[in-house]
Design a binder for this molecule. Structure first.
Ligand code: CDP
Length: 241
């Protein structure tokens, strides 16, 4: 943490947001012609595109599970998505994010319906400005719904964190870089079940509880935006109601 960087100006965050305010989110459903389901999502300055394929026979065959489908989420950050050009291809961070997103999605997809199959979820980050795992998972959930993959619920993700001793919702880039903690979560909004929880930095128990509450509230706001986007495609006259 760099104490010279001020993350609040006149009581507001650098981008003018209140502590419990999300960045602007825009979701488009079914943007790719070839994929079975797809989604383009903007979350602040993050831009993410997701393509879903499957369920289809898992290849190579030794990866097949005779009892259920495997969920194969692949998170990738484009080399041009960050300030310093990123080395293309998988690294430790993208493997970790792919794994936690796959596990979160596996808990809501009705995987028992598709033995030996694989459901492939390709998450491409085009522009990365902090919070890309939440943006990626949120977009993946919408693309899975667009692909008609049966799920118990449409999962959703959001983060809260701590900057200059205050707990805030949805850290932006400077806040992520110079803040003291980030707590990304994913939930099943219907049941409230937590599907993913990671933490970077330090929080007291009290701060953790506050950040978790705030992140859950954020998830419900994002969930409404997801549902509205899906309804706009499939029931264009419903106005998302
Ligand atoms: O994106 P997310 O917050 O889920 O993950 P992170 O590992 O906490 O990364 C935070 C941010 O750091 C990313 O969103 C990118 O803007 C940036 N980053 C980067 O500039 N270069 C990398 N190789 C990885 C991340």
């Amino acid at each position: 943490m760099n104490s010279d960087i001020k993350l609040f100006e006149n009581g507001k965050r650098l981008d003018g947001r209140k502590n419990d305010e999300l960045r602007k989110i825009k979701i488009e459903v079914g943007v790719l012609h070839r994929a079975e389901g797809s989604c383009y999502l903007e979350w602040g300055d993050n831009k993410v595109i997701v393509a879903v394929y499957g369920p289809r026979e898992a290849i190579p065959r030794h990866t097949q599970n005779p009892l259920r489908a495997i969920v194969n989420a692949k998170y990738n950050m484009a080399a041009f998505s960050v300030g310093d050009r990123k080395r293309p291809g998988p690294d430790r961070r993208s493997r970790e994010i792919s794994k936690v997103i796959s596990e979160a999605l596996e808990n809501v997809i009705l995987v028992e319906k598709f033995p030996r199959a694989s459901i492939d979820v390709n998450i491409e980050v085009l522009d990365a400005e902090a919070g890309t795992r939440c943006a990626g998972l949120t977009a993946a959930a919408v693309a899975l719904a667009d692909a008609g993959i049966p799920m118990k619920d449409i999962p959703v993700a959001c983060a809260a964190g701590k900057i200059e001793n205050q707990v805030v919702l949805d850290l932006g880039k400077e806040e992520d870089n110079y803040g003291s903690a980030d707590l990304p979560i994913a939930i099943s909004p219907r049941t409230g079940e937590i599907l993913l929880l990671q933490m970077d930095g330090h929080l007291t128990v009290e701060e953790f509880d506050k950040a978790l509450d705030l992140a859950i509230k954020g998830c419900y706001i994002v969930s409404d935006i997801q549902k509205k986007a899906i309804l706009e495609k499939y029931q264009p006259n419903s106005e998302g109601k």
